[in-house]
Design a protein around this ligand. Structure first.
Ligand SMILES: NC(=O)N[C@@H](O)C(=O)O
Ligand code: NI
Length: 166
């Protein structure tokens, strides 16, 4: 079983898979509401318009995964993007690979500990939600509508997330 190291999530390291959603100094931001509110503007490319697509806003309540964490499959959404924004500060793990035919050598894992969210681009391979430490709620924005928007693939070689790489 191959160990998959956990990387730190940055906009640059995640660029091939989508956007990092973070209210920080890198965002386009400006004051609104007579200066009482700061808007961190347009943080992710929400892509749900394919076909009769419409944008869904949901909450996913993820149960914490227990170590060792074995990964046997990835999935992708060929018709739209999918964004996850944590509603608490519990850590979680994002496992991704570039869109297109799944190349298992290009699977990467990111540990998120600062409350940042992620938006997977349309077709980006990812593992279903991997919450850690506690039951965790995530605001999820993805595509509703007709068409098969979930493709799953079993890995030829299962992977283990390597906690020692933290
Ligand atoms: N299937 C579903 O709605 N959830 C997955 O897409 C996921 O990425 O968690
Ligand atoms: Ni998904």
């Amino acid at each position: 079983m191959r160990q998959l190291p956990l990387e730190i999530l940055t906009a640059e390291s995640f660029a091939a898979f989508g956007q990092v959603i973070r209210a920080d100094e890198h965002a386009q931001r400006y004051l609104i509401n007579q200066g009482s509110t700061e808007r961190f503007h347009d943080l992710a490319d929400i892509d749900t318009a394919t076909g009769d697509g419409r944008t869904l806003l949901s909450i996913f309540r993820g149960q914490p995964r227990m170590w060792p964490i074995q990964l046997d499959m990835l999935e992708c959404h060929p018709l739209g993007s999918q964004a996850f924004m944590p509603l608490n500060r519990h850590p979680y793990v994002v496992v991704v690979a570039p869109a297109g035919p799944l190349d298992e050598t290009r699977i990467r894992a990111f540990l998120v500990t600062d409350g940042s969210g992620v938006n997977y681009t349309r077709g980006c391979w990812h593992h279903p939600l991997l919450a850690l430490e506690a039951t965790s709620d995530f605001l999820v924005i993805d595509r509703g509508g007709t068409g098969m928007n979930l493709q799953e693939q079993t890995l030829d070689s299962p992977l283990y997330l390597d906690p020692a790489s933290l």
